[in-house]
Design a protein around this ligand. Structure first.
Ligand code: PGA
Length: 253
C-alpha cells in the first residue's frame, strides 16, 4: 500500500507573516493527518523559518526547484546541498511553469533530478500536457517523452527509488478546472504502465500524485482512484482550512 503524499506548492506567494501563520496552523493540526506524508514547498526565502517551525514536526519541507549544477558561478541559483542544509526532503522538478517560463527542457529536468538525488532529496518530477496537446490526442505521447527523459538515464533505477511523479495537466493548473478523477486515473495508469515496462517492482511502489486545481471539494474523489497516490496542491495550499482538509483525506474504497 502506497502512503499518500500531499504536497503544498506555494509558488511565489506569501509574506513572512502569512508563511508563519500557515505553517503554525499545519503543525497544530498534524495529528489529524499523520497517516499521510505531507510536505510544504515554500519560496526559498522562507525555508529557514519553516525549518525552525517544523523541527519537531512530522511535516516535511521541500523546495520548488533546484539548480542542476553542484555549486559555483550560477547567479541566483540554489543548490541541492543548500536545500539539504535547511532540512528539505522533497523538491519539485520540471513544473510546467518552470518549463514554460524558464526554458527547462527535458534534458535540464533530467540533470536536476541527478543533482537532487546526489544530495538525497526526493524529486517530485512533473509531467503533463497542454490543452492543445490533449485536443490533438497527444497526451500519452507527450507524457511518454517526458518520462523517457528520466527512464533512459543510466542510473534511472537508483534515481527513482525515492522519487515520485506528479501528473499535472497544464490546462488544470490554476484554472479551477481539475481533471476528472477518471481522466486523471487514465493518465496515472498509463504512467505506471510505462514505468512497469522499465521496472515492474518500482512501478508498484512509486507514487504518482495528481496536481491541477485540487481543492478540499474534489481531493477525496481524485485520491480514491487506484493509481492516484497523492496531490500536488497550489492555490488551495495557501488556505489553511482548505489544505488541512486535503491532508486529512484517505483512500476510501
Ligand atoms: P493549482 O496548482 O493547485 O493552483 O492548480 C498546482 C500546481 O501547479 O502544482
Amino acid at each position: 500500500m502506497r502512503r499518500l503524499l500531499i504536497a503544498a506548492n506555494w509558488k511565489m506567494n506569501g509574506t513572512k507573516a502569512s508563511a508563519h501563520d500557515l505553517l503554525s496552523a499545519m503543525v497544530n493540526a498534524e495529528k489529524t493527518f499523520e497517516r499521510n506524508d505531507v510536505t510544504i514547498m515554500p519560496p526559498f526565502v522562507f525555508l529557514a523559518e519553516a525549518h525552525k517551525l517544523l523541527t519537531n514536526s512530522t511535516i516535511h519541507l521541500g523546495a520548488q526547484t533546484v539548480a542542476a549544477e553542484k555549486n559555483g558561478a550560477f547567479t541566483g541559483e540554489i543548490s541541492a546541498e543548500m536545500l539539504r542544509e535547511f532540512a528539505c526532503d522533497y523538491v519539485i522538478i520540471g513544473h510546467s511553469e518552470r518549463r514554460a517560463y524558464y526554458g527547462e527542457t527535458d534534458a535540464i529536468v533530467a540533470n536536476k533530478v541527478l543533482a537532487a538525488v546526489a544530495y538525497d532529496l526526493r524529486p517530485i518530477i512533473c509531467v503533463g500536457e497542454s490543452l492543445t496537446e490533449r485536443h490533438d490526442n497527444l497526451t500519452k505521447k507527450i507524457i511518454e517523452k517526458q518520462l523517457n527523459a528520466i527512464l533512459t538515464l543510466d542510473s534511472a533505477h537508483d534515481l527513482l527509488q525515492n522519487a515520485c511523479f506528479a501528473y499535472e495537466p497544464i490546462w488544470a493548473i490554476g484554472t479551477g478546472v481539475s481533471a476528472t478523477p477518471e481522466q486523471a486515473q487514465e493518465v496515472h495508469s498509463f504512467i505506471r504502465t510505462i514505468i512497469a515496462e522499465f521496472d515492474a517492482e518500482l512501478a508498484k511502489k512509486i507514487r504518482i500524485i495528481y496536481g491541477g486545481s485540487v481543492k478540499a471539494s474534489n481531493a477525496q474523489a481524485l485520491l480514491n482512484m487506484p493509481d492516484i497516490d497523492g496531490a500536488l496542491v497550489g492555490g488551495a495550499s495557501l488556505i489553511a482550512e482548505e489544505f488541512l482538509e486535503i491532508c486529512q483525506c484517505n483512500k476510501l474504497y
